[in-house]
Each structure stands twice: as C-alpha cells, then as structure tokens.
Design a protein around this ligand. Structure first.
Ligand code: FES
Length: 376
C-alpha cells in the first residue's frame, strides 16, 4: 500500500487531532495515548467533520471521537462505533518517518454504514403526503399550557375546538387537534448554528429519537393537513412559550428552502386564534403570519380571531365567562373558518410545483463579499 506524506508530526502534538488532505481524500489524524491514527474525516451520518469533534474515553476504556454535528462516535484506532452499533469509520494506515506523518493512499479498513431495514421516519423522509386533491384535513394546534391533572378552561383552546367542530359540521372536514403540551419533545438544539447542513429533514433530533413528540406534529402538519388553525394565548405580549418551542423545531421545514430550494408546505392554508386577558393581539398575529408564510402557508383575508379585554382586565376569573358568552367570538370563529375553508378549496387547485421562494439561500451566502453587482 502506498503511503503519502501529509503533515510534520510537530503540527499534530500529543492530545490533538485535525483533518488534513491526503491525496484525493481528507482524513482526520488523532494523536492520543502515544499513537497517531487516521480515520475518514466525514461522519457516516451526515458528513460532519470529525476534525471538529471532541475526543473522549468511553466506558470500554478506548478513545473515541464524537462528531460535532449530532454526536456519532468512532473508536480512534478501529473506526468502530460503540458497542451495539455496527457502523465503522474508514481507517487509514499511518507511519512516522523523519518527523513526517505518512498516511496510506486508501483505507486499510473500509467504512461501513449499517443499512436501516426499518426506517421509522421513512414517511417523513420520503414526504409521503396524506393530503390529496380531494381531502379537507384541518389540523388544530393548541399551544396553551396547563396542569394536566388540574385542567382549566382556556379561551384559545375552546375557540379552537369550536372552529374544528364548525369545519367538520359545515364543510365535512376531517379534523384533528394536537395539544402541544401533550407532546414530549426536545427543544431545538441549534445544530444549524454548527453547520447549515447539520439541520436536516427529518429533524436531526427525530433521527436520534424517533419517539420524539414533534414527529407527530411533523406528520400532521406537513403530510396530513390541508389547513392549520393555530391557537395561542398571549403571554407577556407574545405567543405562548410552547408555541416558540414548537416553532424552533420547525426550523428544519423552513431550512429545506434555504438549503435545498425544497418547499415542503404546499397548497396549505393557515389561520390563527389569539386570545389574551390583556393585549397585543395584533403584535402576536404579526409574528405568526411572518413565520407561517416562511413555511409556505397561504392566508385567507382576515386570518385571525383575537380576544382581549384590555390592559386593566385583571379580573381574570371573569375572562372565560365573558369570552364564552361573547356574540362576537361565536360569529367570528365561524367566519374565520368559512374564509379559511373557501380559500383552501381554491389553493388546493393551484399548481404549486414551481413555487418561487424569495428567501435567502445558502447558495447565495457571501456573494456580496466576492462580487458586487449594482443592478437588480
Ligand atoms: S453528521 Fe455526524 S452525527 Fe450527524
């Protein structure tokens, strides 16, 4: 096997690692416990650079590199993933001569990526849409929070239930309500901040944990729904914290536009119910509109119902009762649903196969620094 010189040994001191070019390949060199070893640099999961990872001794007493993107691990000497995982990173031969590190041209042990016969996320990965030209599927998303053992009346959730009931009775829609508080799911862990390609579809967290509760929401919102009606209370002038926790995990949907020019949400309509004991209905709706249009949703005219009794309405014990008795609420919920359903019937006829997406694209990042074109 041919060896090629890569770097002087002095450039990879004990207790360090780095990725270097080796002929046509890139390898990651590791100098730990008195030995220099070399593995393929691109993680077998999504290609994270192992040279940017951390190195740690695991319970078996061996040193492993931990991929910086989502945490896959490889033994520094054998390339093998930890016990129980059959994956193996490519291993290159290494020799040191005259203070120079040489690496074999080709791996001495080939990489092995285990097949996944049963992929629990295949429907998301393949975008197996359940919405079809004749479906009228309405998803209600309730983002209010409450004690499960001590439920209380909720203005936003009651209005949402009334909206779903009306969509079913008046328009024959199939309806489903997801209460975000019932989903056990992890916060977005910010993989995008490490590398744009580390934010994946399906979500990196879904890949790590197919039981993560957001998978139910992805399936319902992306694959099943024709309409989404989202309801939120106002908390300190904003949507609920559960809404934001959910929205951050939808980054992987929006990011497909940025990264791959791929729009997952097509021919779908969204409207909102925003209720607060105090105020800022319009501010909250502005935020919801801004995010949902970035996902690809279309809006009907007058796409929200708001409820607020104003700044000094601290008598919260009266809020639900006043809300439930309000003629405005009863009428406006029906009108919101009617506008939404009428629009979705048209939107579903649209050819959305070539949507324009005037959003920042990863392919354009940094173009201002490399060239400047004053014409638009
Ligand atoms: S790219 Fe390495 S763990 Fe995902």
């Amino acid at each position: 096997m041919e060896y090629v010189p890569v770097i002087p040994l002095s450039e990879i001191p004990e207790n360090s690692h780095r990725s270097v070019r080796s002929g046509k390949d890139t390898v990651t060199l590791f100098h730990y416990e008195g030995a220099v070893t070399a593995l393929g640099h691109a993680c077998l999961h999504m290609g994270g650079d192992l040279g940017q990872g951390s190195v740690r001794k695991l319970e078996d007493g061996d040193m492993y590199v931990i991929c910086p993107w989502h945490g896959w691990q490889y033994n520094l000497k054998t390339g093998q993933a930890p016990f129980g995982y059959p994956d193996r990173q490519a291993v290159y031969g290494v020799k040191i001569e005259n203070g120079m590190v040489f690496v074999t041209e080709k791996p001495v042990v080939d990489a092995f990526r285990a097949g996944h016969d049963e992929d629990p996320l295949s429907d998301l990965r393949n975008l197996d849409y359940l919405a079809n030209p004749s479906s009228l599927n309405v998803l209600g998303i309730s983002t209010t929070n409450m004690n499960r053992d001590l439920p209380r009346p909720s203005t936003s959730e009651s209005a949402l239930q009334a909206a779903l009931d009306f969509a079913a009775s008046e328009f024959g829609a199939s309806v489903n309500m997801i209460r975000i508080r019932d989903l056990e799911f992890r916060h977005c862990e910010g993989y995008y901040s490490r590398h744009e390609q580390a934010c994946t579809w399906p979500c990196s967290i879904s890949e790590m944990d197919p039981a993560d509760g957001m998978n139910e929401l992805y399936r319902s919102m992306v694959l099943w729904a024709d309409v989404v009606i989202l309801a939120t209370p106002i908390r300190w002038g904003n949507a609920s914290s559960l809404y934001y926790k959910m929205a951050e995990r939808l980054n992987c949907v929006q990011n497909q536009i940025t990264l791959n020019d791929r729009v997952l949400i097509r021919n779908k309509v969204a409207s909102f119910i925003v209720t607060g004991g105090q105020d800022n209905v319009q501010g909250v709706v502005g935020q919801l509109n801004s995010f949902f249009t970035d996902l690809g949703f279309t809006f009907p005219p007058f796409n929200f119902v708001g409820w607020s009794r104003g700044w000094i309405a601290e008598d919260t014990e009266h809020n639900y009762e006043r809300f439930a008795r309000s003629r405005y609420v009863k009428r406006s919920i029906k009108e919101l649903v009617t506008n939404t359903m009428k629009l979705v019937m048209q939107v579903k006829q649209m050819d959305a196969s070539h949507l324009q997406t005037p959003k920042p694209k990863i392919s354009e990042a940094g173009t201002l620094s490399s060239s400047y074109d004053s014409s638009l």
